[in-house]
Design a binder for this molecule. Structure first.
Ligand code: SAM
Length: 286
C-alpha cells in the first residue's frame, strides 16, 4: 500500500509527497494540524492540509525571512515575530547575540506544542531567555504598540482562515506604527506564479506600498511551496534593502548559513519581468 499527501495547488494541479507515516493529526480551535514523515522531505507540517514546512527545505524559507532584514539592520535589538509557531524563525534569530528581546505572537498554542514534540529541528529555541511567547491574534496584538520594534517578521499562514487579518491594510498600518525609525517589516508574500496566488500577492503588495515609503520584494526557491517560486516583502520607514545592506558587518558575525549569503541578498531583489510587471500594476493603481 502507498500513502501520499496531496495538496491542491490549483484546481488543476496537485503536489504530492509519498509518506512513510503520519506522526500526528489533531484539530485545534483554529485549524487542523498534521505531521507526516517522508523519505524525500523528512518530517513535514501541514495546517488545514496546506504545506507549512518540511525538514528538507525549511532552511531556505527561514534563512531568507530572517537574515535579509538582519543584514540591513544588524543593530536590531527588539524583534517581533508574528505566526511562526514552528520555531524556525526563532531558531535563526537566537543566533544573533546582539538581539535583546524576541516577542513571538502565535495564535495557536497547539502548533507550538506539536512542533516541540515532532519537529525539534525547528522548534529548538523557544526556551532561549530572550523569547517571550504570546498566544494571541497578531492583528490584535500589534494595535497596542508604537515605536517599539526594530524588526517585525510576519511568518503567517496564507491569507485565509486565521492568517487573513495579517494581510490587511489595518495590520500593515499598525506594523508601521509599531516600528522604530530604522524599522523593517518582512513578510511571507505568497507566490507570483499561479493566478490565485499572484492575485493575493498583488493585494498584499498594494496594501504595503500604501503604508510604507520603502516597499520591495525579494524571492527564493522553495520546492514544496506552490510552483516553488516564493516571494517575501521587505518594507521599511527609511532603510533600503540593497543600498543599506551592511554586508561587512553581517559577514563579520561568522554565521554559518546554507542558503543565505550577502551576494544572494542583492540578487534576490532582482525579479523576473513578469513579477516586476505584477508589482508595478498595483504600485501604479489608484
Ligand atoms: N512558513 C509557513 C508558510 O508560509 O506556509 C508558515 C509557518 S507558521 C506554522 C504559520 C503560523 O501562523 C501558524 O502556526 C498559524 O497558527 C499562525 N497564525 C495564523 N494566523 C495568525 C494570526 N492571526 N496571528 C498569529 N499567528 C497566526
Amino acid at each position: 500500500m502507498q500513502l501520499w499527501y496531496s495538496e491542491e495547488q490549483t484546481p488543476h494541479v496537485e503536489f504530492s509527497i509519498k509518506i512513510d507515516k503520519q506522526l500526528y493529526s489533531g484539530k485545534s480551535e483554529f485549524q487542523r494540524i498534521d505531521v507526516f514523515d517522508s523519505q524525500e522531505f523528512g518530517r513535514f507540517l501541514t495546517l488545514d492540509g496546506f504545506m507549512q514546512l518540511t525538514e528538507k527545505d525549511e532552511f531556505i524559507y527561514h534563512e531568507m525571512i530572517t537574515h535579509v532584514p538582519m543584514a540591513v539592520n544588524p543593530n536590531a535589538k527588539n524583534v517581533l515575530v508574528i505566526g511562526a509557531g514552528d520555531g524556525g524563525v526563532i531558531r535563526e534569530l537566537t543566533r544573533y547575540k546582539t538581539i535583546g528581546q524576541i516577542d513571538l505572537v502565535e495564535i495557536d498554542k497547539m502548533v507550538v506544542d506539536v512542533c516541540k514534540e515532532y519537529l525539534p529541528s525547528t522548534a529548538s529555541c523557544f526556551d532561549d531567555k530572550r523569547v517571550n511567547i504570546f498566544y494571541e491574534d497578531g492583528l490584535r496584538y500589534i494595535r497596542r504598540y508604537e515605536n517599539k520594534y526594530d524588526i517585525i517578521i510576519v511568518d503567517s499562514t496564507d491569507p485565509f482562515g486565521p492568517g487573513e487579518g495579517l494581510f490587511t491594510k489595518e495590520f500593515y498600518g499598525n506594523c508601521f506604527q509599531a516600528l522604530t525609525d530604522n524599522g523593517i517589516m518582512v513578510n511571507q508574500h505568497e507566490s507570483p506564479f499561479y493566478e490565485k496566488d499572484a492575485a493575493a500577492m498583488q493585494r498584499a503588495h498594494k496594501r504595503i506600498v500604501e503604508n510604507f515609503p520603502v516597499s520591495k520584494v525579494y524571492q527564493a526557491h522553495i520546492p514544496t511551496y506552490p510552483s516553488g517560486h516564493w516571494l517575501f516583502g521587505f518594507a521599511a520607514k527609511t532603510l533600503h534593502p540593497i543600498k543599506d545592506l551592511n554586508a561587512e558587518k553581517w559577514n563579520a558575525l561568522g554565521l554559518k548559513t546554507k542558503y543565505y549569503n550577502t551576494n544572494l541578498h542583492r540578487g534576490s531583489f532582482a525579479l523576473p519581468t513578469y513579477v516586476e510587471d505584477l508589482l508595478k500594476d498595483v504600485e501604479n493603481a489608484e
